[in-house]
Design a binder for this molecule. Structure first.
Ligand code: HEC
Length: 114
């Protein structure tokens, strides 16, 4: 009986170990995932105005239009996007977006200036 059980136990140990590397790979790519989530949310909710500058919206990647805005704290930018600012509607019109979502989007918008 013990002879039969031993290979099974050895196999179980191997299976348990082989699961670890894949978990680590997922954890290390989480910051890249956050960046792509920001871009995805931007495309869905903000691009319609911020790609072309509708109503004077600062255009993605346009240094000149972003300079006075990017000099503000990210918290201020998130607050303006969340509450609305001039002709910028609150949350770009999507009330389901959280301030964390907005921060991801704005980080993506600011990264487009680099
Ligand atoms: C309906 C058009 C429209 C949409 C949609 C829109 N924006 Fe804007 N946004 C504007 C306009 C117009 C301004 C300039 C407002 C001003 O300075 O009067 C602006 C300005 C901003 C600013 C700069 C605020 C500041 O303090 O200078 C940020 C940040 C911003 N938008 C983020 C976003 C984000 C994030 C989204 C998507 C969730 C979004 N916008 C969607 C029109 C839009």
């Amino acid at each position: 009986m013990t002879r039969l059980l031993l290979p099974i136990i050895v196999m179980m140990l191997f299976t348990a170990c082989s699961e670890q590397p894949s978990e680590q790979a997922t954890a290390s790519s989480s910051s890249t995932q956050a960046a792509s989530k920001g871009e995805e949310l931007y495309t869905k909710n903000c691009k319609v105005c911020h790609a072309q500058g509708i109503n004077g919206a600062p255009i993605l990647g346009n240094q000149k239009m972003w300079a006075p805005r990017a000099s503000q704290d990210i918290t201020t930018l998130v607050q303006h996007a969340s509450e609305g600012f001039g002709l910028m509607p609150a949350k770009g019109g999507n009330t389901e977006l959280t301030d964390d979502d907005l921060q991801l989007i704005i980080e993506f918008m600011l990264s487009a200036l680099e």
